[in-house]
Write a protein that binds this ligand. Structure first.
Ligand code: FEO
Ligand code: CA
Ligand code: CA
Ligand code: CA
Length: 636
């Protein structure tokens, strides 16, 4: 089956239908991804002693690496990288150890015990009672590439293949340890865990049990099987992990005439492009189970320290094609969760908790994200902005307007935001907060901006045909729960050598395009990770930029330097580090993604064999541990 997944990637984030055509070329599947975790803000959680807090010199202490096209990870002189925990390696469940088979002949049952595919958001967790030198890596597996996942790709199709693909989704928890500068996965480990697309997950918050969440298999609407398309991530101050469901809609078969709600969420007529789960798992057929789509698109909270705990979908945070969830804490100890929705012309959100964070970890804060207020951002032309509350019964969010209660407002977060007049953004991805309190959001690109029947430019999204993307930032009035803010552009990405003025951007330093991952480290460095789609990389504005990269920015000066270049066909996503800052972990996602075909085994034009480089192998997403050869803090 001929598929152009990369074009899907480029085109799947569609949606704001008020303006969106639903042309065939835009039907797509999904993927995307990136993750980023909290960072400096929450560093004390991890017991951060503050390697960078003592830094007095320049924030960026390395020499830039050039643009590159090699099938390897390139880092600055004086640094080394090690790939760990690739797709298919055992996670270390007790009594189970199914080695990865390079011909992809592992079964679905094996895959349940192995690293999932296409690593994305990631965070390093550590508790004081863990063995010295060890910690947990918790990470998302955004999607599965069926061409790589099975020996014959999708040439044949059956229920076991669907099951294996579902097992390759979700989240992994692994224990890792460092000895003499080398990292390895601890096997077995009491913390090791796989969460998949069929792991039972609880639903909490105002939409739990709502009529729109009830299905034949779950008449109570409070227990969903699985989490899907887990893209970026976040962490909480109470030690849990937040995984965010992004392009869930593309897994579902739609009716001949999607209703207004389905259409607003991008459900297309007929079979999904690429995914064929509905052929063997009926709940992905929205013509039979129309409410199943409402059970995805949430932020899911996981306690990484308790492998028997049930993950929870937190509906109070709203439903979206969620990218990440980045938490700030107000002066009076309430949690503020910043979230982007990565789809063209969708929105930026924040949730402010009603209650204060309590000492006592996950158990003491088990309901903290269930009560509070969700807001959508409006960026005004005068450099100011407002947070507009999504509260049932206030303003336009009434029963007369189609919202029966707060649960319906949350299930229909997009429709509610349309009514309130939130600003339609250029695909909001990761969010990070610097040491001065600026909140940054990557807007990865939006080539539809200014197109026919599409929204034109606005102050916050100033470029039509925005192929390069930009990073916006804002500072709240008062505290993070403020209802007003001031904003500006941190950078318009681009390449100064281009002829098209609008694509040159204003980067002060090394050129880049399509910012996606974003993370602030303990010293305050803003790490920027790129996700130029492989279908777009070889042409036009992105031609000169080579493989996807990670750059480091100084938020105070705006200086940006290229720190790392990934292997061919990958995107760079997810960033975290050990509390001492001496190892940084990032994810290399979908190495070898080809511009013309993702991975059809019948046409093995594989452009990457990273990280194994075996002739009988296949490219594998993996985590990369980055260290400075002299043992210093990464980035110094
Ligand atoms: Fe999954 Fe928006 O990247
Ligand atoms: Ca991705
Ligand atoms: Ca992306
Ligand atoms: Ca992403």
């Amino acid at each position: 089956m001929a598929k152009d997944y990369s074009r899907m990637e480029d085109s799947n984030r569609s949606s704001n239908p008020s303006i969106h055509d639903v042309s065939a070329h835009r039907r797509t599947v999904l993927r995307g991804g990136l993750g980023l975790a909290v960072g400096g803000l929450l560093a004390p959680l991890a017991g951060c002693a503050g390697p960078g807090n003592a830094a007095t010199g320049p924030l960026l202490g390395f020499r830039s690496v050039p643009v590159g096209t090699a099938d390897t990870v390139v880092v600055p002189e004086g640094y080394s990288v090690q790939a760990i925990a690739p797709w298919g390696d055992p996670v270390g469940l007790s009594g189970e150890d199914h080695a990865f088979r390079f011909d992809a002949s592992n079964t679905a049952a094996h895959q349940e015990t192995q690293m999932g595919m296409h690593h994305d958001g990631i965070h390093y967790f550590r508790q004081p009672d863990m063995p010295a030198g060890s910690g947990l890596l918790v990470m998302n597996h955004e999607y599965a590439d069926d061409g790589l996942l099975h020996p014959d790709g999708m040439a044949t199709w059956n229920a076991q293949k669907v099951r294996k693909a579902q097992a390759a989704h979700g989240v992994s928890v692994i224990e890792v340890e460092e000895k003499n500068g080398r990292w390895s996965v601890v096997k077995p480990s009491p913390w090791a865990r796989r969460i998949t697309a069929y792991t039972p997950i609880a639903v909490s918050g105002p939409a739990a049990g709502h009529a729109l969440l009830r299905t034949a298999a779950d008449p109570g609407g409070r227990r969903v099987l699985g989490t899907l398309n887990n893209c970026a991530s976040g962490i909480t101050p109470w030690g849990t992990y937040l995984t965010c469901e992004e392009n869930f809609i593309f897994y579902f078969k739609g009716p001949d005439q999607p209703d207004a709600h389905q259409a607003r969420w991008g459900l297309r007529k007929g079979d999904p492009v690429g995914y064929r789960w509905h052929e063997h798992d009926e709940r992905f057929d929205a013509t039979k189970h129309p409410n199943e789509i409402n059970r995805f698109g949430w932020v899911v909270e996981i306690d990484p320290y308790d492998a028997s705990s049930t993950p929870v979908k937190r509906t109070a945070l709203g439903r979206a094609a969620h990218e990440g969830a980045t938490i700030a804490v107000t002066r009076d100890q309430r949690a503020v969760v910043y979230m982007g929705e990565d789809a063209r012309f969708e929105y930026i959100y924040k949730f402010v908790s009603r209650d204060r964070i309590r000492p006592g970890g996950a158990k003491a804060n088990a309901e903290l994200l269930d009560h509070g207020t969700l807001y959508v951002a409006r960026f005004d032309a005068d450099g100011k902005g407002r947070w507009l509350p999504l509260i049932h019964g206030e303003g336009l969010l009434t029963t007369a307007r189609g919202f029966a209660d707060q649960g319906e407002v949350l299930v229909k977060t997009r429709q509610a935001s349309d009514l309130l007049g939130g600003t339609k953004m250029d695909r909001p991805e990761w969010i990070a907060i610097d040491k001065q309190g600026w909140v940054y959001c990557t807007l990865t690109n939006n080539s539809n901006r200014g197109g026919t029947n599409q929204p034109g430019t606005d102050a916050a999204n100033p470029r039509s045909n925005n192929t390069m993307g930009h990073i916006i930032r804002w500072k709240e009035a008062g505290d993070h729960d403020g209802l007003a803010f001031e904003w500006n552009h941190f950078v318009l990405a681009g390449d100064a050598s281009l002829a098209r003025p609008d694509a040159r951007g204003n980067v002060r330093g090394d050129a880049f395009g399509c910012p996606d991952g974003l993370w602030t480290d303990a010293r305050g460095v803003l790490w920027i990770q790129t996700d130029m789609s492989t279908s777009a990389m070889g042409k036009d504005d992105l031609r000169n930029l080579g493989n996807n990269a990670m750059l480091a920015a100084d938020p105070r000066t705006g200086d940006i330097r290229r720190f790392l270049v990934g292997p061919v066909g990958c995107e760079i996503t997810g960033a975290t580090s050990t509390p001492d800052g001496r190892t940084m972990f990032i994810n290399i996602q979908h190495p070898g993604e080809s511009p013309s075909e993702r991975s059809d085994p019948a046409q093995p034009r594989r452009i990457s064999n990273w990280p194994d480089f075996r002739p009988d192998g296949r490219p594998r997403s993996a985590t990369v541990a980055i260290r400075k050869n002299d043992g210093g803090v990464v980035g110094t």
